[in-house]
Design a protein around this ligand. Structure first.
Ligand SMILES: Nc1ncnc2c1ncn2[C@@H]1O[C@H](COP(=O)(O)OP(=O)(O)OP(=O)(O)O)[C@@H](O)[C@H]1O
Length: 264
């Protein structure tokens, strides 16, 4: 790899409630490099520490040990500089603001001028194909549309990185597959580096250039699998033998790791 990694995780461990009988080692000795522009999924059994690892990168949780660099800075500095945006399972839109005004929020907080925030919000709504719903309120949108608005909001400050924690987890299967396609289009339009937490093997394979498989208790990186299926990926991609072969490879890697129950 020529360029230095945009995200580098070195020897990171995270213990919750350390020193007590409720101590949980959520992450142990994690080493991970993520290249600029890559779409990386973190996949693993429930409780293996996927969200904790993402939260450590996003400065929402302090590691107990080790170093994390995000865009050449500490996660805290990257957060201040708005180097990344975040999307969670729940869209978390403010009910009393229109969709456009939700998307404007990060720019307003950053102190951008009104004309700039408005133009940028409309550009982002165009990107996620919600321009016609700019003046609607969140409750007037479907779950999938709300997630698209949350993606627009996360991208409004032009972050280099997008952290996504099961962003499609609450959607039905049809909407989920549609949004996966949309997300790849947005990724290819913006060239943002994406780190994506999911439970779904097929979702991870369809979206990612690399799938990082984690094991539970303590959470470790068990395997890193390159997904060399060509982009753009479409509904047809899901029907190819190459896609099935990759899903099988990832499934085998996942099934060879201990689950939280088995390891507890
Ligand atoms: N704030 C916390 N305090 C105590 N323990 C925690 C905390 N957050 C996470 N944990 C524990 O750390 C471990 C990893 O949790 P984490 O949420 O990162 O896993 P995950 O792989 O994202 O799980 P899931 O897929 O179910 O969301 C779990 O055993 C969890 O109970």
């Amino acid at each position: 790899m020529g360029e230095p990694a945009i995200i580098s995780v070195r020897n990171v461990s995270k213990v919750f409630n350390g020193g007590s009988d409720r101590s949980v080692t959520a992450l142990q000795d994690i080493d991970l490099d993520i290249a600029r522009g890559e779409f990386t999924s973190l996949l693993g059994p429930s409780g293996c520490g996927k969200s904790t690892l993402l939260r450590v990168m996003a400065d929402l949780t302090e590691p107990s040990q080790g170093q994390v660099t995000v865009n050449g800075k500490t996660p805290a500095a990257a957060r201040t500089d708005r180097d990344y945006g975040m999307v969670f399972q729940q869209a978390g839109l403010l009910e009393w603001r229109s969709v456009r005004r939700n998307v404007e929020l990060p720019l307003q907080v950053a102190g951008a001028r009104k004309e700039v925030t408005r133009a940028k919000a409309m550009e982002m709504l165009e990107l996620v194909r919600l321009s016609d719903f700019a003046e609607h309120f969140p409750r007037q949108l479907s779950g999938g549309m709300q997630q698209r608005a949350a993606i627009a909001r996360a991208l409004s400050a032009d972050p280099e990185i997008l952290f996504m924690d099961e962003p499609l987890g609450a959607l039905d299967e049809m909407n989920r597959e549609r949004l996966q396609g949309e997300l790849l289009r947005i990724w290819s339009d913006t060239r943002t580096t994406v780190v994506f937490v999911t439970h779904s093997i097929s979702e991870a394979v369809f979206l990612s250039s690399r799938v990082v498989v984690m094991s539970a208790r303590p959470g470790r990186v068990a395997a890193s699998i390159d997904v060399d299926l060509p982009y753009p990926r479409t509904a047809e991609t899901r029907t190819t033998p190459e896609f099935f072969a990759k899903v099988t490879e990832v499934r085998q890697a996942l099934h060879s790791v201990p689950t939280e129950q088995a390891a507890a």
